[in-house]
Write a protein that binds this ligand. Structure first.
Ligand SMILES: [Zn+2]
Length: 277
């Protein structure tokens, strides 16, 4: 059992110092207590809660690194995970939301469990790692943890061969689709009787993507984050689900970006599970 409650005492200070250094251009760390009174840090119980909700794994779907393990001493464990703020703990921090109360800012709803590297990553580029983007990571990581603890078996997925998946995170669906097709993935087109798109895709970005001829769209999700799901298949008959978030509007040049992908296990429907929970 990981002792997440015993996070290294320098954990928050490390990122605070890094943030200050990056904002000021200085590489020297500032005293960590200089803004201490203005930060809404997570209590230890929230850090432990966030870690346990994702089985102590990094929530970045491209990482999934375990964040706890054995210390050389049989009496100790180590933790390399961090409870990162989705909206910053202090004014001026990444994605800071002044509308949040202090209580909400340090609640579990505003946290995401990440490994040390990914925690630094999301605070280094708040334009790329937006609030909806991080909520999507958190949502999927928790859904996978729930699926696994309820008996989901991914062993057949791991054994099944599949074509390489190009780096599609964070890029527009148009670009991701192009890369996937170049890598050999085939859009899994849906044939709708009488050419009438399913009701499932008549909301959100559904009509827009359908209009582009992206008939591999399987569902849209009017949750406010505008999630859309697309499906591809390769020569190994492996199935790949790609999830985007954000609005897609040609007239305003808004483009939805890829926030998640996963191999859809044969014989089960993790994808449907992710969207249903
Ligand atoms: Zn990570």
């Amino acid at each position: 059992m990981a002792r997440v409650g015993q996070l290294p005492s320098h954990a928050d200070g490390l990122f605070q110092s890094a943030k200050i250094a990056s904002e000021s251009g200085m590489m020297t760390a500032m005293p960590k207590n200089s803004l201490a009174n203005r930060r809404d840090d997570f209590p230890e119980r929230v850090k432990l809660l966030l870690a346990r909700r994702v089985n102590h794994r990094c929530s970045n779907p491209n990482c999934r690194r375990g964040t706890s393990g054995p210390h050389q001493s049989a009496e100790k464990s180590i933790n390399v995970g961090f409870a990162a703020h989705i909206t910053a703990a202090a004014p001026g921090g990444p994605r800071y939301d002044e509308a949040l109360s202090n209580r909400d800012r340090c609640s579990a709803k505003n946290g995401i469990w990440l490994c040390g590297l990914c925690a630094k990553l999301i605070d280094s580029d708040a334009l790329r790692f937006t609030v909806p983007f991080l909520h999507a990571w958190k949502h999927d990581a928790e859904a996978v943890a729930r699926w696994e603890i309820e008996g989901g078996d991914k062993s057949h997925e791991a054994q099944r061969e599949h074509l390489p998946i190009p780096p599609i995170y964070g890029i527009s669906y148009h670009d991701a689709r192009k890369l996937l097709i170049e890598a050999g993935w085939q859009p899994l087109a849906t044939w709708w009787p009488h050419h009438l798109p399913d009701l499932n895709i008549q909301v959100g970005n559904g009509r827009e993507f359908w209009g582009y001829g992206y008939n591999e769209i399987k569902s849209t999700c009017p949750t406010g984050f505008a999630f859309c799901r697309f499906e591809f298949r390769d020569a190994h008959r492996s199935r790949l689900a790609v999830v985007t978030a954000g609005e897609e509007r040609a007239e305003t040049k808004c483009q939805a970006c890829v926030v998640s992908w996963f191999l859809d296990p044969a014989g089960s429907d993790l994808g449907a599970y992710l969207f249903a929970h």
